[in-house]
Write a new protein. Structure first.
Length: 256
């Protein structure tokens, strides 16, 4: 029986969000049945067959849903008995930051298990009185760990999301103008109207900018690798601010 948000896993939370955001339900009662079925881990048919008293008792037990999620210390979690620590966002590899951007801009809620699996790392060397912990570098675990992270309580992860969003906004604010696509996206109709008023040359330049925007992260990595594809992995392993500062310098000094 669930008694608080502590008992709700990330997987359950994502299912709840899907239901709550879904406007296709015929009425609120049907949506309530679906929510109860998720939280009680019962089929929708079993929930619909519950008598009035039993159903209302279930609703009282899950009344915590009306309360905010109270996060606790989110720096350490355990997956399959192994301790993982939350990486200091400033220590993120540039390649990891790029992957996070991909998952944040493509249905980020359903990508949360993947996002968290990038942010939490195994401890290679524990923290000592003289040195901070050494965490594993970004690796090829994205096909394994997300499924394990789905079982972690949402209270252990919720605060991480808000903290990373703040960090991400700070990055974009500090390096404003460096990223393609900072501007608000145009609708198809708005784009057609703007293009119709352009000269042929302006239209060609606009299409070129769109093509560059599509490959902007790859171009950044290539620039960091001095246009040598054999150095791409090395560029991707740079710390995020180290990479961005170098790119900003190259941009300001017009260095290829």
């Amino acid at each position: 029986m669930l008694n608080s948000w502590e008992d709700v896993s990330l997987e359950m939370y994502l299912e709840l969000i899907d239901v709550i955001k879904d406007d296709s339900y015929d009425d609120d009662d049907t949506k309530s049945f679906e929510i109860v079925s998720i939280l009680l881990d019962k089929s929708l048919e079993d929930v619909e067959d519950m008598d009035y008293l039993e159903f209302n008792k279930a609703l009282r037990n899950i009344s915590f849903m009306n309360e905010p999620i109270k996060s606790h210390n989110c720096n350490v979690i355990k997956l399959a008995g192994t301790k993982l620590e939350l990486i200091n966002f400033k220590d993120l590899e540039f390649g990891a930051f790029i992957d996070l951007e991909h998952y944040f801009t493509k249905d980020y809620l359903n990508n949360l298990p993947i996002i968290f699996s990038i942010l939490y790392r195994q401890v290679v060397t524990p923290t000592t009185a003289l040195n901070k912990a050494v965490l594993e570098p970004y690796g090829s675990w994205l096909d394994i760990r997300p499924q394990l992270l789905e079982k972690v309580p949402i209270t252990s992860l919720y605060e991480v999301l808000t903290k990373y969003i703040d960090f991400r906004q700070g990055v974009y604010s500090s390096y404003k103008g460096m990223f393609q696509g900072d501007e608000e996206q145009l609708t198809e109709q708005e784009e057609k109207e703007i293009i119709s008023n352009m000269t042929t040359k302006e239209r060609q330049e606009y299409e070129q900018e769109k093509r560059v925007g599509k490959w902007s992260w790859t171009l950044m990595l290539l620039k960091l690798a001095n246009n040598d594809v054999t150095n791409i992995d090395k560029a991707a392993s740079m710390k995020v601010f180290e990479a961005l500062n170098l790119l900003a310098m190259k941009q300001e000094l017009n260095i290829a």
